[in-house]
Ligand binder design. Structure first.
Ligand SMILES: NC(=O)c1ccc[n+]([C@@H]2O[C@H](COP(=O)([O-])OP(=O)(O)OC[C@H]3O[C@@H](n4cnc5c(N)ncnc54)[C@H](O)[C@@H]3O)[C@@H](O)[C@H]2O)c1
Length: 267
């Protein structure tokens, strides 16, 4: 599907987690809107799959600071800029705290929180040094989660990592706003991606899956493109006065409790 709007013509974007799910959808949408995109992932990102010559793939483990620094240097040396960043690399993981191995905790925090920090850190170095376009030096979008805004049974490490991403993002918005850099977090509900299928796709989880689906007031899970459209809004000039937000994109999941009273009233 093409789009008539090219909000990112002449802009350079980095998307982590670009090989799958939400990161892949963000990459596609940024390309459709005219950006030159670097898709980074620990798994291969196949440019041919995107059918675009403005996509360059980078093999990157976001936990590796030197590799993150090198990747972002490559982007800036090839294009002269880095205007937009989407941090979508992430992994699931958790469990009741008394059963959780320290190594499992570390794995989740290292990818989801430290990885996001490292990519923001090295992108900011270059954003601070570049000439603003339309009064803006750059924009960052970090994928947190509804599970970074409230607790979930068994969530532990994952929720802690996503809560950390929310506050890291707000702090970046505070510290770099006067330099013309915006930072926002997206807190998706449950989105149909390989990550969600790995967690909720097990037969034993069928009942839980249905309960979670119903918790979304739209009574369905989200699609990766529905997160990508919001990420691109937040990165674009359409959101030029939006910074420091943790925006739930969740089909109404966090709107409040539904005790079905209105069903008794005929709705
Ligand atoms: N799917 C959901 O329901 C949902 C809900 C809320 C938040 N999120 C968040 O959105 C982001 C994207 O999730 P998704 O559902 O698209 O997952 P996904 O598993 O489909 O994609 C995640 C991608 O991150 C990559 N990745 C993992 N570890 C990496 C590392 N160390 N370095 C570089 N890349 C790495 C994977 O290879 C994969 O391509 C994640 O941060 C996730 O926590 C997802």
């Amino acid at each position: 599907m093409g789009t008539a709007v090219e909000r990112f013509a002449g802009r350079v974007a980095l998307v982590t987690g670009a090989a799958s799910g939400i990161g892949k959808a963000c990459t596609i949408r940024l390309l459709q809107e005219g950006a030159r995109v670097y898709g980074a992932d620990i798994s291969p990102v196949a440019p041919a799959e995107f059918g675009e010559d403005r996509l360059r793939s980078l093999r990157l483990d976001v936990r590796d600071e030197r590799a993150v620094q090198e990747s972002i240097r490559t982007i800036v040396s090839e294009t002269g800029r880095i205007d937009a960043v989407v941090n979508a690399a992430g992994i699931a993981g958790g469990g009741p705290v008394h059963l959780l191995e320290g190594s499992a905790w570390d794995r989740v925090l290292e990818v989801n929180l430290k990885g996001t920090f490292l990519v923001c850190k090295h992108a900011l170095v270059h954003m601070l040094a570049q000439t603003p376009i339309d009064a803006e030096r750059g924009a960052l979008v970090n994928l947190a989660s509804i599970e970074g805004l409230e607790g979930t049974a068994g969530g532990s490490a994952y929720n802690a990592s996503k809560g950390g991403v929310v506050l890291l993002t707000k702090n970046i918005a505070i510290d770099y706003g006067r330099q013309g850099i915006r930072a926002n977090a997206i807190c998706p509900g449950f989105i149909e991606t390989p990550m969600m299928e790995a967690v909720l796709g097990m037969p034993a989880m069928a009942g839980v899956r249905e309960e979670i689906r119903r918790e979304h007031k739209l009574r369905r899970f989200g699609r990766p493109e529905e997160i990508a459209s919001v990420a691109c809004f937040l990165l674009s000039a359409d959101a030029s006065f939006v910074s420091g937000q943790a925006l739930a994109v969740d089909g109404g999941y966090l709107a409040g409790r539904d005790h079905h009273v209105t069903e008794l009233m005929g709705l």
